[in-house]
Design a protein around this ligand. Structure first.
Ligand code: GTP
Ligand code: GTP
Ligand code: MG
Ligand code: MG
Lengths: 291, 273
């Protein structure tokens, strides 16, 4: 683990285990290696390391009686702070409110949409799942099945390939049906696909979307930084849902995304079964990344 | 950099950055840059040297194409984590074989996820091939029956879909072993390729995936998807180096024709783009 490696580095100087210029370099290199190994994007790692370096120099780690522990604590605290405040809530202050799920292919949007609906139901809202993925084979059936199996209201317009039109109809349906929150499930797309990005922008312009949530697979690699930045710059995201955290990936993308976009990770998914989405805890994520 | 100039420290950093950003992983990237330094590679030799290194790393794995013999039954068992692109890959592969005149049977082995069978069914219609699907069926028995059908009805390609599963889910991996054992026992003179589908956008966890899936069901081929996005899929290098698993297929889009046989030189050139 990182803390063991740091202990070894500091112990190896043999000089009453204090932190010297030499072993600070080695320690920083080890921290860098751990963060890259956890899939934190390179540019984010570089800026993180330089801020740690300043803290190490500034915080008298050198004089501490247990420098490796102090160092690990600085890293953990800095990581936790950067990962953002605990529980950034969903802003659903209009009636009805609209949440739009968006992101790369296979990241977990459809599954998370159903889980989000369950969470909202528990909070006394009346969610409507809206099938706006008109491309993927059986996408509408997938969302319809999840809705039906979990007693969630559902809207689709099966032979309509115009997502703006389907969305308009879903709003009318929501009014009649007294749904207070609409959850738009959209097709997976590449942030470099201008036609597909235009579709999201069209939805964004035609409707007041309270929450644009970027759904990210926690296993994502170095691309996390540019993907998040690109989606945010083109569309403006309000928050992130990190999925598949029941896996054993370190999930360093969490740091890349928050550090780059300054948008919060609002919710997390930890399994295939449809249960309410859970809150994001920055301290737990920090421990996981440094694991 | 002027031709034949010595590479300076900043330039070494740039090279290391490029490798890390391509998801090669920090250890392999550092190792390659150290090699460049040790051998005092000049900047004009840089690209050819790196290309050769990449080829050497990939050559740790057997240099093989996807197994196929038109006079045998060719069985492809497709596995991988959730959302990697298995079902879509199967649709593309089915289409390719059908266009080459083969008789293809798809097996809807994901009996768990919502609309999984329907999704594969739509692909079977697009590729104009047959599909074996049955509500509430057990995946292992579906695979068993599919191979029986293949013998009786002269299919020479059988492609078996499976539910996505994360590698740390012990019970799901055990289930996969069971399906593989059933297939393995049913094989007579047939070809079997066990394909691990890897999401090209993922990071270092891909090595762990490959390790666990390989240990569980003996992977014979890697298929890496979503390379039409910005990520480079560099994880296949440590998979070739550490596990000696060959990459045989790549997915480059969501359309039925967006599949290619893996080509080392093309893949390596793309790293420099
Ligand atoms: N283990 C696990 N699997 C998940 C989680 N979230 C989603 N999945 C699975 O990941 C796969 C992809 O999920 P989807 O909801 O279809 O993803 P999507 O983003 O809607 O995919 P596209 O619409 O094709 O872009 C499915 O097998 C889901 O069951 C999670 O938190 N944990
Ligand atoms: N851009 C791009 N998208 C792809 C590629 N391959 C698959 N996809 C998309 O990725 C998403 C997931 O694909 P699936 O085939 O459902 O993945 P899977 O592994 O079968 O998923 P589960 O069965 O849920 O585990 C779909 O939206 C596909 O269209 C590819 O090569 N490029
Ligand atoms: Mg979906
Ligand atoms: Mg599938």
């Amino acid at each position: 683990s990182l803390s063991e490696k740091l202990q070894q580095i500091i112990a190896s100087t043999g000089k009453n285990s204090t932190l010297t210029d030499d072993n600070i370099q080695d320690a920083l290199r080890e921290i860098r290696r751990a963060l890259l190994g956890a899939d934190v994007s390179l540019n984010v790692v570089k800026s993180f390391i330089s801020s740690i370096k300043n803290k190490v120099v500034g915080e008298k780690v050198v004089e501490s009686t247990n420098p490796s522990q102090t160092l690990i604590k600085i890293v953990n605290d800095e990581l936790t702070n950067l990962l953002g405040e605990k529980q950034a809530p969903l802003k659903l202050d209009t009636n009805p409110s609209i949440i739009m799920m968006l992101g790369l292919q296979g990241s977990g949007k459809t599954t998370s949409a159903a889980k989000l609906a369950l969470k909202l139901k528990k909070e006394g809202k009346s969610p409507l799942l809206v099938a706006l993925d008109v491309y993927r084979p059986a996408a509408i059936l997938q969302l319809k099945t999840l809705a039906k199996d979990n007693n969630i209201d559902f809207f689709s317009d099966e032979n309509n390939s115009d997502v703006v039109d389907i969305a308009k109809k879903s709003l009318e349906h929501a009014q009649k049906n007294n749904n207070t929150v609409l959850i738009f499930d959209t097709a997976g797309r590449l942030q470099i696909d201008s036609d597909m990005m235009a579709e999201l922008m069209l939805l964004s312009h035609n409707f007041k979307i309270n929450e644009k949530l970027l759904v990210v697979d926690s296993m994502i690699g170095q691309a996390a930084l540019e993907v998040a930045l690109d989606f945010d710059e083109q569309l403006g995201i309000d928050g992130v849902i990190l999925t598949k955290l029941d896996g054993d990936t370190k999930g360093g993308c969490a740091l890349s995304i928050v550090h780059a976009t300054k948008k919060p990770i609002k919710l997390i998914a930890t399994g295939e079964n449809i249960v309410p989405l859970e809150d994001f805890h920055p301290d737990r994520m920090a421990n996981r990344i440094l694991g | 950099i002027t031709n034949d100039d010595v590479i300076n420290e900043y330039e070494f950093d740039d090279i290391e950055s490029m490798l890390i950003k391509a998801d090669l992983g920090v250890d392999l990237s550092v190792e390659l840059v150290e090699k460049l330094k040790d051998k005092k590679i000049k900047s004009s030799q840089l690209k050819p040297f790196l290309k050769e290194e990449f080829v050497n790393i990939l050559n740790n794995a057997p240099d093989e194409k996807l197994k196929f013999d038109k006079n045998k039954i060719n069985i492809y068992f497709v596995v991988g984590v959730n959302g990697a692109g298995k079902t879509t890959l199967i649709g593309k592969l089915a289409n390719k074989f059908k266009k080459e005149g083969q008789k293809v049977l798809l097996v809807a082995g994901d009996t768990f996820r919502a609309a999984a069978e329907e999704q594969l069914d739509i692909w079977s219609k697009r590729a104009e091939v047959d599909i074996l699907r049955e509500d509430k069926a057990d995946s292992a028995s579906l695979a068993y029956r599919a191979i029986d059908s293949a013998r009786k009805e002269n299919y020479n390609v059988v492609i078996i879909d499976s539910a996505g599963r994360l590698q740390n889910k012990f019970n799901l991996i055990e289930e996969l072993k069971k399906i593989k054992n059933v297939i393995a026992k049913k094989i007579e003179n047939d070809n079997l390729e066990t394909i691990l589908v890897l999401d090209g956008t993922q990071g270092q966890n891909g090595l762990n995936q490959a390790m666990v899936f390989n240990e569980a069901v003996d992977i014979s081929a890697i298929a890496i998807t979503k390379l039409d996005g910005t990520p480079k899929g560099g994880i296949i290098f440590s998979i070739a180096k550490t596990l000696k698993l060959p990459t045989k297929l790549i997915g480059i889009g969501e359309g039925i024709n967006d599949i290619k046989e893996f080509n080392k030189d093309e893949f390596i050139s793309a790293l420099f783009d």
